[in-house]
Design a binder for this molecule. Structure first.
Ligand SMILES: Nc1ncnc2c1ncn2[C@@H]1O[C@H](COP(=O)(O)OP(=O)(O)OP(=O)(O)O)[C@@H](O)[C@H]1O
Ligand SMILES: [Mg+2]
Length: 520
């Protein structure tokens, strides 16, 4: 099969011989022909595979052509094909950047030279593309860290605001006007909490509750929701994969990702159109997976969301995953949809690719590692309906003073004896010095000096009956996946409400007494 080849010919001579030689080499050349600098300038915005140039055309020749190409910043290999010229002239052309020189009388090497130069140009493009992706990944990492840090501090503040609002709201002798004001404060803090959650999702610092999810089931479930979401002007098509493949993911989060992508698709089709959701399984090999997405080669389940909407230009595509990047009117979009999706999918060990063409439409494709087949495990639900009070002793370790005070207030208010420490060493001393039982340690995961898990490693050996409840607004991916063993240790995410804390504390303590009963 002949390979199409776009050749830009610069010069006065005919192209018959060159064309014939290229056809011999298995190419199907089509020529553009320019003779002057101005013509070349204009032609360079086109798409060419290779330039072939006479050595001299009056005062505009190969050397000048190479200069124009260089100044335009176009990567176009140029081969000089001339009559008999001096060695010094050949050298001058090569020095100016010509890829090769051939004489008209002997075009035998032409095909080899063209093939070599096209290959080299492709390698250059690939490398630039890779570098670009690397830079992009680094930028995302930095923005993510920043967003995660801000969200972490915000979570602490919001925990205090919602916590004390709730405590005040619980009191009976509150003036109606004050109650209304407090409720408004409480609602705003809650909205703030929702926003920080999105930021944490983007910076991959939220805990995921992963389990085995059959992807077709999930998509079919979402389909119902989507119908309502996208309205009647858009036709929704689902194309489920033939297989029953599954992934290890947090179904709630995954749903959120698909919804975000579907809402984007809807917004891209204001006059109606078609939205297709397709699932499948593919194998990503070394070059594709590593180069494009920085993920491990292997089998991946895909969920593709394709719209027939307005598409995006390259500029928009290069900013897609940045938080707060939006082209929508204020109030219509916050620019967190794709940033959130990106964080959740990366945290799940996958990747998102967005393929778009202006005016034609967009495909957003999620890649998630294929799970080993096994039945979904039902999550244990705690009974959790008993009174939220108790008389046990609880060690609270939290570096953020206001959050700590809130926790102590909540727990002492419910009858518990509370030991209070601001960080690791202090907690160790306190645990050593305390004569009686410590039933539960409520410990922040991320603290200066010593992390929560490290602290527990130090005190747990001397206190075999002590239960642990970790709290954090800033859960490192590593901890969620590797650091905390699945059983026996509970986790509460900030910001939390006083009732949620009391409930969790009670659950953890009761789980202990139940298992003690089981053993006896
Ligand atoms: N399917 C699509 N078709 C065309 N443009 C898109 C599509 N998906 C995303 N975009 C572009 O990417 C931008 C960022 O998308 P993203 O979902 O992150 O934020 P948003 O939709 O603007 O706001 P939010 O999702 O927070 O409500 C959009 O404003 C839009 O310009
Ligand atoms: Mg969006």
């Amino acid at each position: 099969m002949a390979h199409p080849l776009q050749v830009l010919f610069i010069g006065e001579s005919g192209t018959e011989a060159i064309s014939a030689e290229l056809e011999q080499g298995g190419y199907e050349p089509s020529f553009g022909h320019v003779r002057t600098e101005a013509q070349l300038q204009g032609a360079l915005s086109g798409k060419w595979d290779i330039a072939i140039c006479d050595f001299a055309v009056d005062d505009f020749g190969a050397i000048e052509a190479l200069r124009v190409i260089r100044e335009k910043g176009v990567d176009l290999p140029l081969i000089v094909v001339s009559g008999k010229i001096k060695d010094s002239e050949v050298l001058a052309a090569l020095k100016a950047g010509a890829a090769d020189h051939l004489t008209r009388g002997n075009l035998m090497r032409l095909n080899a030279a063209v093939e070599r130069e096209i290959h080299a140009a492709k390698m250059r493009r690939d490398r630039i593309h890779l570098e670009e992706q690397f830079r992009q990944a680094q930028k995302m990492e930095a923005v993510g860290r920043l967003a995660g840090g801000v969200a972490h501090d915000f979570n602490n503040l919001l925990t205090v605001i919602t916590g004390y609002s709730d405590m005040l709201l619980a009191s009976r002798d509150l003036k109606p006007a004050h109650r209304t004001a407090l409720e408004e404060i409480r609602r705003s803090a809650e909205r703030g909490g929702a926003l920080t959650h999105q930021l944490l999702a983007f910076s991959r610092r939220q805990p995921l509750e992963a389990r085995t999810v059959r992807i077709n089931d999930l998509v079919l479930q979402i389909e119902k929701l989507l119908h309502r979401l996208i309205g009647e002007d858009i036709e929704l098509v689902t194309i489920p994969a033939a297989s029953e493949d599954a992934v290890e993911a947090d179904p709630g989060r995954l749903e959120q990702v698909i919804m975000n992508l579907a809402v984007n698709a809807r917004d891209a089709m204001p006059g109606g159109g078609k939205l297709a959701i397709e699932t499948g399984t593919i194998h990503l090999d070394e070059s594709f997976s590593a180069k494009r997405f920085g993920i491990q080669p292997g089998y991946y389940v895909t969920i593709s969301i394709t719209d027939s909407g307005i598409g995006m230009d390259e500029e928009t595509q290069s900013h897609l995953f940045e938080p707060f990047f939006t082209t929508k009117h204020p109030g219509r979009g916050t620019g967190l949809g794709l940033a959130t999706a990106y964080g959740i999918i990366r945290q799940s060990g996958g990747a998102i690719g967005i393929f778009s063409e202006l005016g034609k439409g967009t495909t957003a494709r999620i890649y998630l590692p294929l799970a080993q087949a096994k039945a979904p495990t039902a999550r244990e639900k705690s009974a959790g309906q008993g009174p939220l009070t108790g008389a046990e002793t609880i060690l609270v370790v939290e570096d953020e003073a206001r959050v700590r005070k809130l926790m102590v207030d909540v727990l002492t208010g419910r009858g518990y004896t509370v030991l209070e420490a601001t960080r690791g060493q202090e907690a160790i001393r306190m645990a050593k010095g305390h004569k009686g039982e410590i039933d539960l340690a409520v410990v922040d995961v991320v603290m200066p000096e010593m992390s929560g898990p490290d602290l527990i490693k130090q005190i747990a050996p001397n206190r075999p009956h002590m239960r642990v409840l970790y709290t954090s607004g800033y859960t490192e991916e590593a901890m969620v996946h590797h650091g905390i063993p699945e059983s026996g240790i509970a986790f509460l995410q900030k910001p939390f409400l006083p009732d949620a804390l009391a409930q969790m504390v009670r659950d953890v303590l009761d789980a202990r007494s139940n298992s003690a009963k089981d053993r006896s």
